[in-house]
Design a protein around this ligand. Structure first.
Ligand code: GLC
Length: 440
């Protein structure tokens, strides 16, 4: 779509690459029951530190393995939680002692990760939580965090001496480190804002751009890495390079003020972002591929999340999904990279998704069901512009044109403008079959 609103960060590579890996890793991996467990179970800070900070020991951590799993799945960029809401930092920050080097890991865990992923050709993204349930100056509110349900007087007592401005300065100092010490950062993923609607200035009821001092933060980011893509969660209208729907699939190309924008859905395998041992809601390779295809067919990206274990591994369920997606991508990535929503004159047949490469002028029909023999593509655009059709997995020709039976049926109806593809009886043995259409 040519009227997409572009913003300040460089999204040229982003709309080409389409597929990235989200990584949620922190102390919560040990709880293994959701990255929000500190909030959900109202675990006091000291208790949380005692259980998880003291015992964090990712002895099997090998970022080279993570990087190959991502690259082999066809992912082109990654976004890692440098700090999640719990406040624990995976890098060697100078702003707090609550960091990986002070655990049994004894090192900066971000640097080797960045090196490994870059080594496999992936671009670098940092997730940074605006929320922080650890920082001594983070003002406790009645909405989110382990102390949210304490009586107001108790919260007020805990808030005595806390100064949100100092926390905002802490964030700037940390973001400066992240944008200074790790080379080019391509994505900065801030998470998230929840200002109180009636009292946006009151950080004991919620937090948004006033609490985070978003403008200052944003200015710093642009000064340090002008090209970096910044997401849309700073509660600062106009600051987002990408729109980030989470845990649901948009029905159509995402818009802001009625204008289509660059967007990326972020999705999980099973519901939580952090490693969850007991979730049984894992999606299949087929479903995940359909999600990726669906994103691209609406002009968007997919950031698919992995939650490594407390020992520093991707578990077998994650590896299985990544491997399955990679097998499909090996033969079909041509319908993903560099592709976008098809021009409006190509109407999408039932149970399919279309993607379109505007440079090569090829159209891709992803078949979510395998029809009996005929696939009907309605409309003059299909009927007049398609020159040749093939299955993408093996470049085998797909016949075009009406069979005599259909031609007879249509008699008297006038010239219906439909392209009919003649599919083989045998569905190709791939997760989602794709037909590549070459246009005049
Ligand atoms: C959320 C959650 C979270 C996750 C994130 C990813 O807002 O707080 O745990 O990190 O979004 O999009």
């Amino acid at each position: 779509m040519s009227d997409v609103q572009f913003t300040h960060g460089d999204t040229n590579w982003f709309v080409n690459d389409r597929f990235g890996m989200f990584i949620h890793w922190g102390l919560y991996a040990q709880g293994a029951r959701h990255e929000w467990l500190m909030n959900n179970e109202k675990i006091p800070l000291e208790e949380y530190e005692r259980r998880y900070f003291k015992r964090f020991d990712p002895d099997l951590y090998n970022p080279e393995l993570w990087a190959s799993a991502a690259a082999d799945a066809g992912m082109k960029y990654f976004v890692v939680t440098t700090k999640h809401h719990e406040g624990f930092c995976l890098w060697d920050t100078q702003q707090t002692a609550y960091k990986a080097p002070n655990t049994a890991a004894r090192r900066d865990l971000i640097r080797p990760l960045v090196d490994a992923f870059r080594g496999r050709g992936l671009r670098t993204g940092f997730y940074y939580s605006l929320l922080d349930w650890h920082h001594p100056h983070y003002v406790i509110d009645n909405r989110i965090g382990p102390y949210r349900e304490l009586p107001e007087a108790e919260r007020a007592k805990m808030n005595a001496g806390r100064d949100m401005a100092q926390y905002a300065a802490y964030m700037r100092a940390q973001v400066r480190e992240l944008l200074t010490n790790y080379g080019q950062v391509d994505v900065l993923w801030f998470d998230f804002s929840y200002p109180d609607r009636e009292h946006p200035e009151d950080c004991t009821r919620g937090k948004g751009r006033l609490a985070w001092e978003s403008e200052k933060l944003y200015r710093l980011v642009r000064e340090l890495q002008p090209h970096v893509i910044v997401d849309d969660r700073l509660d600062m209208p106009g600051s987002g390079d990408i729109k980030t729907p989470e845990q649901f699939q948009p029905r159509e190309w995402c818009k802001v003020n009625g204008q289509p924008v660059v967007w990326e859905a972020c999705q999980t395998f099973s519901g939580s972002w952090g490693y969850h041992r007991d979730e049984s809601s894992w999606r299949s390779v087929d479903e995940l591929l359909r999600t990726l295809i669906d994103c691209v067919s609406k002009g968007g990206n997919l950031l698919l999340n992995v939650g490594p274990t407390g020992r520093g591994e991707f578990d077998v369920r994650a590896l299985d999904r990544l491997h399955g997606m990679g097998s499909w991508m090996k033969q079909h990535s041509r319908s993903i990279y560099g592709c976008t929503q098809a021009p409006a004159e190509f109407t999408t047949p039932e149970q399919t998704r279309l993607t379109w490469n505007p440079v090569t002028k090829r159209l891709y029909v992803h078949l979510f069901a395998w029809p009996y023999k005929h696939l009907h593509l309605d409309g003059a655009a299909f009927a007049q512009r398609v020159e040749y059709a093939q299955l993408l997995n093996d470049a085998s020709e797909v016949g075009m044109g009406l069979s005599t039976w259909y031609a007879d049926q249509l008699k008297g109806e006038g010239a219906r403008e439909t392209l009919v593809l003649n599919l083989p009886q045998q569905r190709p043995n791939v997760a989602v079959p794709v037909i590549e259409l070459f246009l005049k």
